[in-house]
Design a protein around this ligand. Structure first.
Ligand code: RFL
Ligand code: PHB
Length: 393
C-alpha cells in the first residue's frame, strides 16, 4: 500500500530532476524528488560548467538565477586552437550577441535544492532501491527505502531523471526500446586547480599529443582537461605529468599557462548514447537517463534542461486541461534537439581530438576541417550558433 502520494514522482536530483521539480512548482504541480546520494555529494560533484543562453534565461526568469547572475561569468566567445594558433569564435558577430555563462553544475544544483526546500518541496536524499512500477497504467508507484523504512510513492507520472546509470530506463521493456551508441577511443582527465584562470575565455586546443581544454570556474579556480586513454588509471598521472601535458598542448606564442595546486582529478570515458523512445506509458526519461553526449560541445547539462522544459510544459497541459498531445509527443519533440546536439558534439569531438590508429585519410580530413574553421566565417557561425544553443521549441 502506498504511504505517500504526489502528482509527479521524480527519480534523481541532478539538473534534470531538480529543474523539472522547480518548473512544476511554478505551475502549481506537486512533485517528490528521490535521490540516491547525499545532499553533500550532489552539491559538490564537479561536472559541467557551461550554460547556454536559454538555460540561463530559464533559471533567471523562474527565480533561481540570483547567485548565477552575481557569480556566473558571461562569455562572449570561445577559442579553438590548432597547433598553437588561436581562432576566436565571436558570439557578438556570429550568434546575434547571444552568450554563454560559466557557472558550475554543482552550483546550479545547490541553488535549485535550496529553492525547492525553501518553498516546501520534498527532496529525499540517500534513498535506496528506487523502482518505478506499473508505469504502463494510470496509477504508477515508485517503491524505495529511506531511513531504514520501505515506502511506496503513488503518482500520476514518473520522471526518470536518474542519469545514465539509473534504474528508470531499464523499466521500459527491452523490445520497445532502440539504443544508439558510440564509444570513443579516448577519455578526458579533468583537474580542478586553485589558480586564477590564464584566460578570459575557454580554449579548446588540438595538439598532436592530444586535445586539451582550459575552462574556468571563478576568478580563483581553473578547470582544465586533457585527452587520455579511457582505460588509463589516474594513478599514472602525478600532478607534474598533467602540467607537462597541459603546458605542451595549450602553448601559444606570447601566452603563459599559470600552474597551481590541483584540488581534484579524475578520468571520464566519452560516449554518445540515445535511447528511443524516451517514454513508455506514464514514465518519461529526461537528461542523461535518455542520452549522453561527449563533453566537447558543453551540451549535456543544457540538453537535460531542454528536455524538462518540454516535459514541464506537457505535464502542465495534462494536469490543467487534460490535454495529452504534449505528453504523447514528448519523445519526438526532444529527440529532434537530441540528435542536433549529438551531431554538434560529435563534430566538435572529431575536430579536436587526436584520432588513435592514425588513419592518414581521416587525419587529412581533420586538418582540412581545422583550416576551414580558421578561414571560413560560415563554419565559425555554424559552431557559434550551436555552441550558444539553438532556441528551445
Ligand atoms: P545527473 O546529473 O547524472 O543526475 C542524475 C541523478 O540521479 C541520481 N540517481 C538515482 N537516484 C535515485 N535512485 C537511483 N536508482 C538513481 N540512480 C542515479 C544520481 O545520483 C544523480 O544525482 O543527470 P542529469 O540530471 O540528466 O544531468 C546531466 C548532466 O549531469 C550531464 O549531462 C553533464 O554533467 C554533462 N557534462 C557537461 N554538460 C554541459 O552541459 N556542459 C558542460 O560543460 C559539461 N561538461 C559534463 C561535462 C560531464 C562530465 N562528466 C564528468 C561526465 C564535463 C564532464 C567531465
Ligand atoms: C567545464 O568547464 O567543465 C567544461 C567546459 C566546456 C566543455 C566541457 C566542460 O566543453
Amino acid at each position: 500500500m502506498a504511504d505517500m502520494e504526489t502528482q509527479v514522482a521524480i527519480v534523481g536530483a541532478g539538473p534534470a530532476g531538480l529543474v523539472l521539480s522547480h518548473l512544476l512548482h511554478t505551475r502549481g504541480i506537486d512533485s517528490v524528488v528521490l535521490e540516491a546520494r547525499s545532499r553533500e555529494h550532489v552539491e559538490s560533484r564537479v561536472r559541467a560548467g557551461v550554460l547556454e543562453q536559454a538555460s540561463t534565461d530559464l533559471l533567471v526568469s523562474t527565480g533561481v538565477g540570483e547567485r548565477l547572475l552575481a557569480e556566473g561569468a558571461v562569455h562572449r566567445g570561445v577559442n579553438l586552437q590548432f597547433d598553437g594558433e588561436r581562432n576566436r569564435i565571436d558570439f557578438a558577430e556570429l550568434a546575434d550577441g547571444r552568450t554563454i555563462t560559466v557557472y558550475g553544475q554543482q552550483e546550479v544544483v545547490r541553488d535549485l535544492i535550496a529553492a525547492r526546500l525553501a518553498s516546501g518541496g520534498t527532496v529525499l536524499f540517500e534513498v535506496d532501491d528506487a523502482l518505478p512500477r506499473d508505469v504502463s497504467g494510470p496509477r504508477p508507484t515508485v517503491s524505495f527505502r529511506h531511513g531504514g523504512t520501505d515506502h511506496e510513492l503513488a503518482c500520476d507520472v514518473v520522471a526518470g531523471c536518474d542519469g545514465f546509470h539509473g534504474v528508470c530506463r531499464s523499466v521500459i521493456p527491452g523490445h520497445l526500446l532502440r539504443a544508439f551508441e558510440r564509444e570513443y577511443p579516448f577519455g578526458w582527465l579533468g583537474v580542478l586547480v586553485a589558480v586564477a584562470p590564464s584566460t578570459d575565455e575557454l580554449i579548446y586546443a588540438f595538439h598532436e599529443r592530444g586535445f586539451a581544454l582550459h575552462s574556468l570556474r571563478s576568478p580563483e579556480i581553473s578547470r582544465l582537461y586533457i585527452q587520455v586513454d579511457p582505460a588509463d588509471d589516474i594513478a599514472n598521472w602525478p600532478d607534474e605529468r598533467i602540467w607537462e601535458e597541459l603546458q605542451v598542448r595549450l602553448a601559444a606564442p606570447g601566452w603563459t599557462l599559470e600552474e597551481g595546486p590541483i584540488l581534484e582529478k579524475g578520468i571520464t570515458a566519452m560516449r554518445s548514447y540515445v535511447c528511443e523512445p524516451m517514454q513508455h506509458g506514464n514514465l518519461f526519461l529526461a537528461g542523461d537517463a535518455a542520452h549522453i553526449v561527449p563533453p566537447t560541445g558543453a551540451k549535456g547539462m543544457n540538453l537535460a534542461i531542454a528536455d524538462v522544459i518540454v516535459l514541464a510544459g506537457a505535464l502542465a497541459s495534462w494536469f490543467e486541461r487534460s490535454e495529452r498531445e504534449g505528453l504523447d509527443g514528448y519523445s519526438e519533440t526532444c529527440l529532434r534537439r537530441v540528435w542536433r546536439v549529438q551531431d554538434f558534439s560529435n563534430t566538435m569531438t572529431e575536430l579536436l581530438h587526436v584520432l588513435p590508429g592514425g588513419d592518414p585519410f581521416a587525419q587529412r580530413v581533420q586538418r582540412a576541417r581545422q583550416r576551414y574553421v580558421a578561414s571560413s566565417v560560415a563554419m565559425r557561425r555554424t559552431i557559434a550558433e550551436n555552441y550558444v544553443g539553438l532556441p528551445i521549441s
